[in-house]
Design a protein around this ligand. Structure first.
Ligand code: GEK
Length: 242
């Protein structure tokens, strides 16, 4: 696994973060050292897939990056005629993701698709996993996207929504952010790396509060929504269609 040192050198001007070849080459290391609970969320995607994938249905991985969620779901699916559709709009991510999926042996077919989820046609979905992707999606289009996801889902379908969140209470926001930065520094990132990455993400990763997520999911039509995982300012929600 190549080490992420992208922000280790001082930069006069920090440009907005993009998912380009450079990021792809260190992505595994970057996400594991940057997202508390990432390994747990990925591992549990297998459990969700095992329980909620339905026969003759599609399972979506929206913002698949290098396919970690897809690989986990692929291991969990034990129903007939399931197909995973893994989608990302970064050409560099999709190119590498295809290689990774191709070298994984399984009976569950996977379509690796280069597309913006804003334009994606989804249907017949028993599971939709969107792990740490909605936060990068234009805030004014989030409601519409959630509505389209809900409409694409089968009765009994489950959505797995994992996100970085913000807090309405300033003290809690400071506490959770502080702990998160300690987590990153204990994982080997310097103060300079943490602050430059934070700057790069400022206009790119726009978190919502947990209350905004629950309201949006309910408004989209989801019947039940449960917070099943949380670590500092990172959460995962399971939302169900009746
Ligand atoms: C994992 N889920 O390893 N359409 C499609 N893809 C998008 C869009 C969009 N509009 N916006 C962003 N992306 C993965 C991790 S990473 C999270 C997800 C992170 C893609 C973007 O290209 C990137 O690959 C992914 O969403 C977010 O479980 O890096 O913190």
């Amino acid at each position: 696994m190549k080490k992420d040192d992208i922000y280790s050198q001082y930069r006069e001007k920090v440009a907005d973060f993009v998912f380009d070849e450079k990021v792809v080459s260190v992505f595994d290391d970057m996400i594991r050292r940057s997202v508390p609970g990432y390994a747990t969320v990925i591992a549990m995607s297998k459990v969700f897939a095992e329980h909620y994938a339905q026969e003759n249905s599609n399972c979506y991985d929206l913002g698949c990056s290098l396919g970690a969620t897809t690989l986990a779901m692929r291991k969990g699916i034990n129903k007939k005629n399931c197909r995973i559709v893994a989608v990302d709009n970064s050409p560099a991510m999709i190119e590498r993701c295809r290689q990774i999926i191709d070298s994984d042996v399984s009976d569950v077919p996977v379509d690796v698709v280069l597309e913006d989820i804003a334009a994606l046609k989804m249907q017949n979905a028993s599971i939709v996993a969107m792990n740490f992707t909605l936060q990068f999606f234009s805030p004014d289009k989030r409601e519409d996207l959630l509505g389209r996801i809900y409409n694409s889902m089968l009765p009994g379908g489950a959505m797995l929504l994992s996100e970085k969140i913000k807090f309405g209470d300033d003290d809690e926001q400071d506490f959770q952010t502080d702990m998160y930065h300690h987590f990153k520094q204990l994982n080997g990132y310097t103060g300079l790396e943490v602050s430059q990455k934070r700057k790069a993400l400022e206009n790119v990763l726009v978190p919502d509060t947990i209350e905004q997520h629950f309201k949006r999911l309910k408004d989209a039509g989801f019947d039940k929504c449960y917070l099943w995982f949380r670590c500092f300012n990172f959460v995962s929600i399971a939302a169900f269609k009746k």
